[in-house]
Design a protein around this ligand. Structure first.
Ligand code: SF4
Ligand code: SF4
Length: 138
């Protein structure tokens, strides 16, 4: 989560999600989760953990990650629900999403410098809008 000592936080970085879905799609990647998180996600879906892992997860590098679905634009997390009418993209398991998702964009690598924050913001409009506005002193 946000680190008050971070140079990014010191510049007053702010974040507001626009539900564009960018952070849940794009190039192939990993959404890791702990055993406790798999239990919570499975319970939320009304299935047992074995079924959850079989249907929604895969093992990569010896660790579990959520499956992805190939789309025209890249790869969506299996739990990304796109609304063709409004263009919004929401997490269908939002209350029980893994910590990796809960803590975005306040990851240590994004907080290490204003440049790192700006770089990550290129794919996340929720970071770009308020972060850049503050940096420019507008
Ligand atoms: S990329 Fe940023 S604005 Fe878009 S859904 Fe993810 S967190 Fe929200
Ligand atoms: S679990 Fe939800 S928030 Fe996390 S990547 Fe998948 S759709 Fe996005």
């Amino acid at each position: 989560m946000a680190d008050a000592e971070s140079p990014v936080c010191a510049e007053g970085a702010r974040f507001e999600c626009f539900q564009c879905g960018n952070c849940c799609s794009g190039s192939p990647g990993y959404v890791r989760f702990s055993p406790e998180e798999s239990e919570r996600m499975a319970a939320h879906l009304g299935i047992d953990v074995d079924e959850f892992l079989r249907r929604y997860a895969r093992k990569r590098g010896g660790r579990w990650s959520l499956k992805e679905i190939e789309t025209e634009g890249g790869y969506d997390c299996v739990f990304l629900a796109r609304d063709a009418e409004t263009g919004s993209a929401r997490c269908s398991i939002y209350p029980v999403r893994p910590e990796q998702c809960r803590t975005w964009p306040f990851w240590p690598e994004n907080l290490k410098s204003p440049e790192a924050w700006e770089s990550a913001a290129e794919g996340c409009p929720g970071m770009r809008r308020l972060g850049q506005t503050q940096r420019r002193g507008l």
